[in-house]
Design a protein. Structure first.
Length: 332
């Protein structure tokens, strides 16, 4: 015997879409009203009209794109106004110029996040240029001189890395939050690392100072998320995995050169092959590291209204690295 289910009333926030996007299903399916309105509007970036402060927007020397510049360019493509900040003003200005080439409004500022006075001036400079800060992208991270051998840890190096990676990120959040609290909205994205929660063999996830500093970033992120939820401010962290960025490749290649007397090109190739082999997710040519663009796309999502109900999340962008139990051979 056929059983007929009762027809349930539609929730009041649903309406039929006047226009549908490809792949949205049959024409008689209900579509949320806000989604229907989006399809009826002219196409625009998901961050249109937002003011984004990207800290660490410069570019380290290397053949690939770094996380900071990639994020600034991704925000620009999505319609945001981008304030690029870095200690290296010349590199930061290059990033801002590339944002403007994409049609975005962009500015460049120099700042040292380890100095509270400099951070205060940075925030004031961004407000002078854009009037507000809707998005803070905290791409603060150094690792030069770090080691995964505790007996070789230098306290000077440890303090310097911690001061920039942890204290610097805290100071930036401290001085941006009053702006966001006043308008009762905002979005903070802190760049952490899977090295904060995962240990790879042979120091593949970073050394002591770097890992510990990024673990502190995770705690900073979750605490800020809970403290500022009542102000409508979302705070999340991205944990990039093995990435083909200058920060990840160049220092390891340099160390390999010094240890084995290789040329830099050969050393880079060996580092990349070893790191590629550790990634569970395969591309068209086998396992491969991610890129700064992967991190930037995740940041765009978290910064957008598509993630409006997401806060306090530590999001791995790692090709499945964090779900692997135990260690994989061949770490760089």
């Amino acid at each position: 015997q056929e059983v007929r289910l009762p027809t349930l009333p539609r929730p009041p926030h649903f309406a039929m879409a006047s226009k549908r996007a490809p792949g949205d299903g049959p024409s008689d399916e209900p579509v949320p009203a806000e989604k229907a309105a989006r399809f009826a509007e002219p196409a625009r970036g998901v961050l249109a009209g937002k003011a984004a402060l990207v800290v660490g927007a410069g570019q380290q020397a290397g053949a690939t794109l770094g996380n900071g510049r990639a994020a600034a360019l991704a925000f620009a493509r999505e319609g945001a106004r981008v304030c690029c900040v870095d200690r290296d003003l010349a590199s930061c200005e290059e990033t801002a110029a590339q944002c403007r080439a994409l049609g975005a409004e962009a500015a460049a500022l120099q700042a040292d996040v380890a100095s509270e006075t400099s951070v205060e001036a940075m925030v004031a400079g961004c407000l002078e240029k854009f009037g507000t800060i809707d998005i803070l992208h905290n791409n603060v991270g150094i690792a030069e001189g770090d080691t995964s051998d505790l007996s070789e840890v230098s306290l000077e190096v440890f303090d310097r890395i911690t001061c920039v990676n942890t204290t610097g990120m805290l100071l930036v959040c401290k001085h941006v939050l009053p702006v966001m609290r006043k308008k009762r909205s905002g979005n903070i994205i802190n760049i952490s690392s899977i090295g904060s929660i995962l240990t790879l063999p042979s120091g593949g996830g970073g050394g002591y100072a770097y890992k510990m500093s990024k673990a502190a970033v995770n705690t900073l992120t979750t605490n800020l998320a809970m403290e500022n939820a009542k102000y409508g401010i979302r705070v999340n962290a991205i944990l990039p995995g093995l990435m083909d960025t200058p920060l990840s490749i160049e220092r390891r290649a340099k160390a390999l050169c010094e240890k084995e007397g290789l040329g830099m090109d050969e050393a880079r190739d060996r580092v990349r092959k070893a790191r590629n082999a550790q990634v569970p997710l395969h591309g068209s040519s086998g396992p491969a590291m991610g890129s700064a663009t992967d991190t930037a796309e995740a940041a765009c999502f978290l910064a957008s209204e598509r993630a409006r109900f997401i806060t306090g999340v530590l999001l791995p962008v790692d090709g499945g690295q964090c779900v692997v139990t135990g260690c994989l051979p061949g770490a760089a």
